[in-house]
Design a protein around this ligand. Sequence first.
Ligand SMILES: C[S@@+](CC[C@H](N)C(=O)[O-])C[C@H]1O[C@@H](n2cnc3c(N)ncnc32)[C@H](O)[C@@H]1O
Length: 218
Amino acid sequence: MQYIFIEKDIDRYAELEKLKQEYLLKPEFSKDMIECRREDANEYLKDLCQKNWEVNRALVFLDPYGMQVEWTTIESIAKTQAIDLWILFPLGTVNRLLKNDGEIRPVLQTRLDMFFGEHGWYDAFYQSAKQFSLFNEENRWQKAGNIFVAIEQYFIDRLQSVFNGVATNPLILRNSKNVPLYLLCFAAGNQKGAPTAVKIAKEILEGMQNPSQLTFLI
Ligand SMILES: C[S@@+](CC[C@H](N)C(=O)[O-])C[C@H]1O[C@@H](n2cnc3c(N)ncnc32)[C@H](O)[C@@H]1O
């Protein structure tokens, strides 16, 4: 088994290297079991996914602050049919980009297209609404009522379009004011093991929604 940590920030990478040295003092870890890499995780993972995955298996955890994970990275992971994925989806960041009137600057629309791998997000998050004035009526775009549910459903659909199995009960992580910030999602790439992996992930996510159940699970 090998653990690979990818971090592009120089100071955070240095912290990872320090942690690595601490862990290497433990008898259960040998030098080649822990690797820290200072590089772009999208590039590294896409490259890794091109390798032969006939015999190897892996679990990837993507923990970005915002929208740093590219859809092409998620797609590459799924294509291996050998890697399972835990990902923190930046619900709060995406919501902030979605203006109420749907007037999103082209540069941000392109950013969202790259992030979701298509433009279908617009129809998923906006509805056309008629607006009447004294002289005429016009169509306006309006952000979906329960936008967090809409984003969650859309991202789960996107994962399902490329992975063999997806846990349909992601965990919503909120800030101290109860505002949703992240969604913890699981997707199984490993074809054979997908049903079992998804079942276990669903139980873990359910347990995290209900901590007393988690204690029971452990
Ligand atoms: C939420 S933090 C990760 C925290 C870490 N998992 C932990 O538990 O301490 C996100 C990290 O991703 C790094 N990052 C952002 N984009 C990246 C990229 N494209 N490649 C590699 N690292 C990236 C940031 O520098 C930041 O340190």
